[in-house]
Write a new protein. Sequence first.
Length: 94
Amino acid sequence: MSHTPGPWAVHYDDENVTVYQKAFRKDLGSIAVITSFDDVDDARLIAAAPYLLSCLEEMRDLMLERGVAVSNEHRDRITLQNAMLAIAEAKGKA
């Protein structure tokens, strides 16, 4: 599974909140359309998803480089495991 590359942005109009890819004009297609202005925070979180995934992958890679997978610190290993599970879920591999 491959998602639309980021960065994504949020656009507000009179009727909807639209999440779209920044590289293209917002009228060329949307990633998500939120029909309730009560859900603007959801739109912001959706728009941040590619960046959040990238940061999580970078954190995972750094933790693996530093040997966290074999660390004696239980909390570190759990954090790495949770990051890897979240990445897998985001990529449809969970």
